[in-house]
Design a protein around this ligand. Structure first.
Ligand code: NAD
Length: 361
C-alpha cells in the first residue's frame, strides 16, 4: 500500500532538503504517492499568496504532510506559512525530539528528550493592547481596581495569556500518548504555577489529573526556570517534557542547542485531523542552491512521519542509518565537521547518498 502524503518543498534551501529527504524515505521501501504543492516566498511572488488553497486542501485530504522550510519576509504583510498551517489545521501539538547522536560535538551528550509544546494558546493567542490606546487604558483602569491589580503602571503594553482546560488536557494527553507509543518512561510538565496561579496553575492541575489515566508512565512537574537549570546540568534525568506555548518555544531551541544545533532538530505538528512534519530550522536562504546545508533535521522529521504512519520498523532503520553516518563523520555536511570550512564536508545530496548506502548496503 502506498501512502498519500502532501509534499511541500518550501523555498530557500527547502527544495534541496526536501528532495534529499524524499529520497531517503523512498529508500526505506515504504511506498508514497507524493502530492506536491507549493508554499512560501516563491509562490507568493508568482501568485500573491504564500499558502495557496490547493496546498491546504491537499493536507486536509491526505491528513499527513512533510514540508521544507519557508521564508517569512520581514515587514511584507506576508503571514508565516507555519502559523497559518497550525491555525487552519488546528495542529495543536508540536513534537520535537532532541537526541544527541554520537559523533556530534555537544557538551550534553546524554541528551535524549522529547519536547511537546502546546501550539495554540498562551501569549501566542495574539491578544495584545498597545500602550496609551483607549482599550489598554480601560483595561488598566479595570485591573487597577482589582485586588492586587495596582501594579500595572500608566503607559503599559498588555499581552493576555489564555490557558484553557481543553487546551491543557489535549496537550498533556498528547505527551502521554507519545510516551506510551514510543516506549518512554516519564512525562515532566513544566510551568510557573507558583506565580501565574490561574493560567499555569490551571495547566498543572489538569496535567496532574490527566497523569492519573496513565499509571504506566511516571509523572512529575518542574517550575520552568528550574527545568532549564536542570536540563543543562542533568539532561539524562529528563524524558518527555510537556510545556505551554511560550516555554515550549524557548525550551525547543535550548534542546536544539544541546544536541549540536539547528541542522539536527526535527519536528512534527500534530492535530486531530492532520499532521505536518518539518525541521525546527528556517530556510537558511544564504545557502540556497549550494547543495550545502544539513538535511538531518528534515530526514529525522521524516522518521517521525514514518512512525506516525505506523511504519515503525522503517522509521527505526532510517534513524539508525542517519545516526551511523553522523557517528562515522566522513560523509557529513560542513556544520558537523570540526571546522566550518573543512574541505572534506559533503553536500546535502551526498549526505542522502551516504544514508541510503548505510541503510541498504
Ligand atoms: P535559519 O534557521 O534559516 O538559519 C539560521 C542559520 O542556521 C543559517 O544561516 C545556518 O547557519 C544555520 N542553519 C539552519 N539550518 C541549517 C541546516 N539545515 N544545516 C546547516 N546549518 C543550518 O534561520 P533564519 O535565518 O532566522 O530564518 C530564515 C527564514 O526562515 C526566515 O524567513 C524565517 O522566518 C524562516 N523560518 C522558517 C521556519 C519554517 O519554515 N519552519 C522556521 C524558522 C524560520
Amino acid at each position: 500500500m502506498a501512502y498519500d502524503v502532501t509534499f511541500i518543498p518550501g523555498d530557500g534551501t527547502g527544495p534541496e532538503l526536501a528532495e534529499a529527504t524524499r529520497r531517503v524515505l523512498e529508500a526505506t521501501g515504504v511506498e508514497f504517492n507524493w502530492d506536491e504543492h507549493p508554499a512560501g516566498e516563491d509562490v507568493y511572488r508568482e501568485e500573491g499568496n504564500p499558502f495557496p488553497d490547493r496546498t491546504l486542501d491537499s493536507i486536509k485530504r491526505n491528513g499527513v504532510g512533510i514540508k521544507g522550510p519557508t521564508t517569512t519576509p520581514v515587514g511584507s504583510g506576508f503571514r508565516s506559512v507555519n502559523v497559518l498551517l497550525r491555525k487552519e489545521l488546528d495542529l495543536y501539538a508540536c513534537i520535537r525530539p532532541c537526541k544527541a547522536y554520537r559523533g556530534v560535538r555537544t557538551r550534553f551528550p546524554e541528551t535524549d528528550i522529547v519536547i511537546v509544546r502546546e501550539n495554540t494558546e498562551d501569549l501566542y493567542a495574539g491578544i495584545e493592547f498597545e500602550k496609551d490606546t483607549e482599550q489598554a487604558e480601560k483595561l488598566r483602569e479595570f485591573i487597577a481596581g482589582l485586588d492586587g491589580g495596582g501594579s500595572i503602571r500608566e503607559h503599559s503594553g498588555i499581552s493576555v495569556k489564555p490557558i484553557s482546560v481543553f487546551g491543557s488536557e489535549r496537550i498533556v494527553r498528547a505527551a502521554f500518548d507519545y510516551a506510551r507509543e514510543n516506549g518512554r518512561r516519564k512525562v515532566t510538565a513544566a510551568h510557573k504555577a507558583n506565580i501565574m496561579k490561574y493560567s499555569d496553575g490551571l495547566y498543572l492541575e489538569v496535567a496532574r489529573k490527566v497523569a492519573e489515566d496513565y499509571g504506566d508512565i511516571e509523572f512529575e512537574d518542574r517550575i520552568i526556570d528550574n527545568l532549564c537549570n536542570q536540563l543543562v546540568s542533568r539532561p539524562e534525568e529528563y524524558d518527555v517534557i510537556v510545556l505551554p506555548n511560550l516555554y515550549g518555544d524557548i525550551v525547543s531551541d535550548l534542546g536544539a542547542g544541546m544536541i549540536g544545533g539547528l541542522g539536527l532538530a526535527p519536528g512534527g505538528n500534530i492535530g486531530t485531523e492532520a499532521a505536518m512534519f518539518e525541521a525546527t530550522h528556517g530556510s537558511a536562504p544564504k545557502y540556497k542552491g549550494q547543495n550545502k546545508v544539513n538535511p538531518t533535521a528534515l530526514m529525522l522529521s521524516g522518521v517521525l512521519m514514518l512512525r506516525h504512519l505506523g511504519e515503525r520498523d522503517a522509521g527505526d532503520r532510517l534513524e539508525r542509518a542517519i545516526a551511523a553516518v553522523i557517528e562515522n563523520g566522513d560523509k557529513v555536511t560542513y556544520d558537523l565537521k570540526p571546522t566550518r570550512d573543512d574541505p572534506t564536508a559533503v553536500g546535502t545530496s551526498e549526505f542522502a547518498d551516504a544514508v541510503i548506502e548505510e541503510m541498504n548496503g
